[in-house]
Design a protein. Structure first.
Length: 380
């Protein structure tokens, strides 16, 4: 997402529920110097580290590691709960690399696009509709409303929120114009009407940004509205918030999950086994006990998880926490993030290694997104 500090905090100012839910997960013990206080997820958002310099200082690293110019386009945003899982003094920490803006981002790479997955093409903003040349008109037979994308049959993706609880440097959404996304009860209405009218849709994917940056009150309203549409059988939540701020799994969220008629599926986004600590495990367990299915999608990232050892550790940690590795994505070549790319041949080798060693259900599908294709495309 392309965010500003103001945007990230917009939810806190206007729409935060009066009662701040204390998370079900107790709080992480920091490996770093700054002690963590037990806080609500909203307070954790407010207390997040917002510059590379601050992040380096916090981890005892030279501040010159941070690249200020990379932050003007896409600011650093990293909650302390996430930072506490990084190794103090390690400039190569796989979690740090995911959030610290580096000078590599400033190099123009002709391979990088600003809309690698065709989201801008699949999206209608107000009066003007723009479609990429390779966009399949058959797939777009369903009218796409502002904030509602449809690339694939049966399922639509609702851009529920513009904010995220962490800024991932490799994110293909860093250039998406989230400021223009319709938000809240009034903003979502057009999308809800379109979903209600189209009986070919049986699954709604709440995405963003990150849908769990929305308050429980608003989320509960949205899930109730979707449950009132009889042809909706599944509600999928694509989120990285429980990864970085596990106390986002509030009693309120668990109530939403356990009351939903439509099956609820959480597609989490863990890239490295170090992202899962006992607090995160507690949050995952609570989501599962409330009746949801838990899946994971990871992105293959150079120097983060591009080895058999790291992928094996990630997949095993996930299945041990009863989260099924669903997708391993080949990176979308987005401007400013191409230095994270890993060769197809290398990733294919890694996944073949996983297949030799792990139970079948612990091996994710290796895919890439190609604009205009009827599904994610297997990499083989
Ligand atoms: C990835 C994606 C989906 C979900 O695809 P699945 O293969 O069902 O996980 C749906 N809609 C859009 C726009 C997507 O990008
Ligand atoms: S949380 Fe997801 S959408 Fe947000 S920056 Fe990270 S990868 Fe991108």
């Amino acid at each position: 997402m392309k965010g500003h500090k103001g945007q990230i905090l917009a939810a806190n100012a206007s729409s935060v529920e009066a009662t701040l839910n204390r998370g079900i997960a107790s709080l992480p013990q920091p490996s770093t110097t700054k002690p963590l206080q037990p806080v609500s997820w909203q307070q954790a958002m407010k207390a997040a580290i917002r510059s590379g310099r601050e992040l380096c200082e916090h981890l005892g690293l030279p501040p010159e590691l941070a690249c200020k110019s990379s932050e003007s386009d896409f600011p650093v945003f990293a909650p302390l709960e996430y930072v506490s899982r990084m190794q103090f003094g390690d400039a190569h920490d796989p979690l740090l690399i995911q959030v610290l803006g580096q000078s590599l981002e400033m190099q123009f790479d002709p391979a990088g696009s600003r809309d690698p997955v065709g989201d801008l093409a699949a999206r209608r903003t107000g009066d003007q509709t723009e479609f990429a040349e390779n966009f399949d008109p058959v797939l777009n037979s369903t009218e796409v409303q502002p904030g509602l994308l449809q690339k694939y049959r049966r399922r639509v993706l609702m851009i529920t929120a513009g904010a995220c609880a962490v800024h991932c440097r490799y994110c293909f959404r860093r250039h998406f114009p989230y400021e223009t996304v319709p938000k809240g009860k009034v903003g979502w209405q057009a999308a809800l009407d379109a979903i209600a009218h189209d009986h070919s849709i049986d699954e709604v994917i709440l995405s963003g940004g990150d849908p769990l940056t929305v308050t429980d009150g608003l989320l509960s309203w949205l899930v109730e509205r979707l449950n009132a549409i009889h042809h909706i059988q599944r509600i999928r939540v694509h989120t990285r918030v429980p990864v970085v701020i596990p106390q986002r799994v509030t009693p309120g969220l668990l109530k939403i999950v356990s009351r939903s008629r439509a099956a609820m599926v959480f597609v989490l986004h863990f890239n490295h086994s170090h992202e899962i600590d006992e607090h995160v495990r507690g949050a995952l367990r609570a989501l599962r006990l409330a009746g949801s299915t838990l899946l994971n999608q990871a992105v293959c990232l150079r120097d983060v998880n591009d080895s058999l050892e790291q992928q094996r550790a990630l997949c095993l940690t996930l299945v041990n926490a009863q989260v099924i590795p669903y997708y391993l994505h080949q990176l979308d070549l987005v401007q400013g993030a191409t230095h994270f790319a890993v060769d197809d041949a290398r990733v294919i080798d890694i996944v073949e290694g996983l297949r030799r060693e792990l139970p079948g259900y612990a091996v994710p599908k290796l895919v890439r997104e190609i604009a205009g294709q009827p599904s994610k495309t297997p990499v083989a």
